[in-house]
Design a binder for this molecule. Structure first.
Ligand code: ADP
Length: 478
């Protein structure tokens, strides 16, 4: 057995310990350095070299303070003095250091004093928390932008119905502002009874990847009604839970502005209707009374009539759209044959001789709907097919029986519509190429069609491929 007190044994043990320390010092993933009493760096490990971007020969012999950002130097120096001059055994401080490439890193510093061969040294661990600092900064920026945009963010956990939030969600929803955690039920019941069921339905139909976009009314404590828009997307949260991440925004002002705009359009189009009717009548009278008019006058009257028809159609669209937005669409439901209805409403197409109507599918199909309104949808699809795909001379209309519903489609082989844009086609005033469009229009036809179909509890949509054409369709329950 070895004598553990012999100088040889103790020397060997000491050298073993030193080697172990050196191995740990150089291989540890935490950046570390050793400084002497002049605060001069005498040793650094690879992690510190990597952290600052200087080589070890560049760092050794320098003072750590020269890498520090100005605002941290004084407090760091005070702690150094307390340790080196007043015997404090260690200190901790968070500082910012400048790397060789000029970028900044945020570091937790832990410095511990130790003595070796009678001399004082200090061992420092530098723990990089830049990612946390950047996260905090981006949180701050997000908070500021949320405050600025008057928007709140929220996350709904479908498992327990808890909603964590920031940016004043309770205030937006008209709830008590102090509440830190909201429940799914609070969110639902914040909407007034008229909008609550619609929101419940939207929430119940969400599935992964599906976007939620709901606007509804909430009542504040004082009873004031506000409009709120909720946007959200479902996905997997921590521990594979299904969550919905979203934003909430008070859109009362926008809704009010929309209402003023709608009111203006409604009043203006009503006011325009009477003089336009008088003008139309006058033109017809002129046409009929003067049988001996010149060819030039005849041509002018025809041109004026064509323009009058366009103005009439535009005013009709505006009036129809106002009616729909004000919920004033009333249906007059009857049973009728779809082929007859199509032939009736699209008679102008074959009559003009330029285009030919092809009715495909089940000619015997009867439907139970408001005939005038359904004809309005079909005419709109057909007129669009002519307008946007003018080179195709055949207009195909296909009616199919799909069991519990009937499907009507108008098919063209025109330019087609970009998939991204086709999701907005049925929005009010939406036009695919609103600025550069060579075709005139208000972007209301498809909106009106969609409101009519929805009122019938049917569905409306488009299947389209760029360069190959479009198929505008709608279904009606039987
Ligand atoms: P408008 O024709 O007055 O612009 P609509 O609501 O009828 O309004 O149509 C909206 C937009 O949809 C149009 O501006 C057009 O860009 C696009 N669109 C409609 N039908 C077709 C079609 N058959 N082919 C290509 N684009 C179409």
């Amino acid at each position: 057995m070895k004598d553990e007190n012999t100088p040889e044994y103790l020397k060997a043990r000491l050298s073993e310990c030193e080697q172990r320390f050196k191995a740990i010092f150089s291989l540890t993933s935490a950046a570390t350095k050793i400084i002497d009493h002049n605060l001069t760096i005498i040793e650094v490990n690879d992690a510190l070299v990597e952290l600052l971007g200087y080589s070890s020969t560049e760092i050794c012999g320098t003072k750590i303070m020269q890498y520090a950002c100005e605002e941290y130097k004084d407090s760091w120096k005070e702690l150094q003095t307390a340790m080196w001059e007043h015997g404090k055994p260690n200190f901790k401080i968070d500082v910012c250091l400048k790397k060789k490439d000029g970028s900044l890193v945020w570091i937790h510093i832990t410095t511990i004093a130790f003595t070796s061969s009678g001399k004082k040294y200090a061992y420092t661990v530098l723990d990089d928390f830049t990612y946390l600092k950047e996260f905090e900064e981006s949180q701050k920026r997000l908070k500021m932008s949320l405050e600025y945009s008057k928007m709140a963010v929220w996350e709904l956990d479908f498992d327990n119905g808890n909603i964590i939030h920031s940016g004043g969600l309770p205030q937006i929803l008209g709830l008590n502002g102090e509440r830190k955690v909201l429940k799914q039920l609070d969110l639902i019941s914040s909407f007034i009874s008229e909008d609550r069921d619609a929101f419940k339905q939207v929430l119940a139909s969400v599935s992964p990847g599906v976007h939620l976009d709901f606007s509804g009314r909430v009542a504040s404590f004082s009873g004031e009604i506000k409009w709120v828009n909720l946007q959200g997307k479902t996905g997997e949260g921590p521990s594979q839970k299904m969550v919905m991440l979203g934003t909430a925004q008070d859109i009362t002002k926008e809704k009010l502005a929309d209402r003023y705009k709608d009111d203006f359009i409604s009043i203006a189009s009503h006011e325009l209707k009477t003089p336009i009717t008088v003008l139309s009548g006058t033109l017809q009278l002129m046409d009929r009374t003067d049988q001996n008019k010149s060819a030039k006058l005849s041509k002018l009257i025809t041109l004026a009539n064509q323009s009058m028809k366009k103005v009439n159609d535009l005013i009709a669209d505006l009036l129809n759209a106002s009616k729909m937005t004000q919920g004033q669409l009333h249906l007059n439901i009857t049973d009728f044959n779809i082929t007859q209805a199509v032939e009736e409403c699209c008679a102008h197409i074959d009559r003009d001789g330029q285009y030919h109507l092809l009715i495909e599918g089940d000619a015997e199909l009867n439907i139970h709907a408001d005939s005038d309104r359904i004809q309005q949808v079909i005419v709109n699809f057909v007129n669009n097919a002519i307008k946007y795909a003018p080179n195709e001379k055949n207009i195909r209309i296909r009616a199919t029986d799909e069991g519990d519903r009937i499907r009507i489609a108008v098919i063209d082989s025109g330019p087609g519509i970009d998939a991204e844009k086709s999701t907005h086609l049925f929005d009010r005033y939406y036009r695919v190429d609103s600025e550069g469009s060579q075709y005139s229009g208000l972007g209301l036809g498809l909106y009106i069609s969609s409101e009519i179909v929805k009122k019938h509890k049917g569905e409306i949509g488009v299947t389209s491929k760029m360069g190959e054409g479009s198929q505008f369709w709608f279904t009606l329950p039987k």
